[in-house]
Design a protein around this ligand. Structure first.
Ligand code: DGY
Length: 324
């Protein structure tokens, strides 16, 4: 009998052809992993899972007694209940190191799009509203020489700081668990507490992973601390933001606008009030989604999976304790 692997919402499935013949892959796409009968059945024999944002919780782990590894096709791993996986001897892996520049391009891109109203003005042209010279109603705000506050200055945050400082002469403030000496030296990033960052930044860019500590890190109090002229950018995870507090801040004009790539619920529901604001740029969690980078991520995810299933240490093991 072949050894079973589950691929869940794994787009570039041709990469699975590289797996040796001893494995068979069952592919699941856009199903409900809690209720789909074929998926639940497949879990009984699965030794490995590779895919995107599968909630790996107690129930799933109970349903998958042979599971050895869950290989995330993403750098974020808030979908994995790591402590429980470790207890059960299940490895977790992710795909860092290949997507930082791509994601930084996208998040800095939506920051610019929001400040310069690119999506709005695109509609202005396409709808035939451009009748003459631009008036103050179409004016935007500058990005260059402003202050960018980055909450979470890891690899992607640093790549954003690089673009902002070296390309746009921006001043960088940051708040992070640890000091980032490289960014302080190369991009003159200045470490400060969260409140100071919120009060002084023209753009507040949230790039933290989602953890117990960062869940709802941006709430009513935090939006009130921001400048009325400031733009909020979220490139982390939706649950780092209290979305109703963000909606209130936008309604009450406590902030100037927002640029969002992630949401509390994904895909975002059509009736979410965030979709009604012209001053909110929305993209579909696409930070790393270019052909080149998705390919590198898929290759790395398969490499990690195979290592875990063949007794080797996966390159991007999140819970090394599991090997002790
Ligand atoms: C990541 O790699 O974590 C991206 O957000 C895609 O999920």
């Amino acid at each position: 009998m072949k050894r079973k692997i589950i691929a869940y919402n794994f787009e570039l499935t041709e990469n699975l052809n590289k797996l040796p013949d001893e494995f068979e892959v069952e592919i699941f796409d856009s199903i409900n992993p809690k209720t789909d009968p074929a998926f639940i059945e497949a879990l009984k024999d699965a030794e490995g899972i590779v895919g995107l944002a599968l909630p790996v919780d107690q129930q799933l782990l109970e349903r998958a007694p042979k599971l050895k590894i869950v290989s995330n096709n993403s750098t974020g791993y808030n979908n994995l209940l790591i402590e429980e996986m470790t207890k059960r001897g299940v490895m977790g892996t992710n795909t860092p190191g290949v997507l930082e520049d791509t994601t930084a391009d996208a998040i800095f891109g939506i920051l610019i799009a929001s400040a310069r109203r690119i999506a709005e003005l695109d509609q202005f042209v396409k709808s035939g509203s451009w009748k003459g010279h631009l008036t103050t109603a179409e004016y935007a705000i500058d990005v260059h020489h402003k202050t960018l506050g980055i909450i979470g200055l890891g690899k992607i945050g640093s790549a954003i700081a690089k673009r902002a400082h070296l390309g746009f002469d921006m001043n960088i403030l940051y708040h992070n668990r640890k000091r980032n000496v490289m960014a302080e030296k190369n991009y003159q990033a200045v470490y400060c507490d969260l409140d100071k960052l919120l009060k002084e930044s023209d753009f507040v860019c949230l790039m933290t992973p989602l953890t117990r500590e960062t869940e709802n890190i941006m709430g009513e109090r935090e939006f009130k601390l921001m400048k009325k002229s400031a733009i909020f950018v979220n490139g982390s995870r939706g649950k780092t933001v209290d979305e109703s507090a963000l909606i209130d801040a936008l309604r009450n004009k406590e902030i100037h606008g927002a640029a969002l790539d992630v949401y509390q619920i994904e895909p975002i529901k059509k009736d979410n009030p965030l979709l009604q604001f012209p001053n909110v740029v929305t993209t579909p969690h696409m930070g790393s989604s270019t052909y080149e980078t998705e390919l590198k991520m898929a290759e790395l995810a398969v490499e990690n999976l195979l290592a875990g299933l063949t007794g080797k240490r996966p390159k991007n093991l999140i819970n090394p304790e599991v090997l002790k």
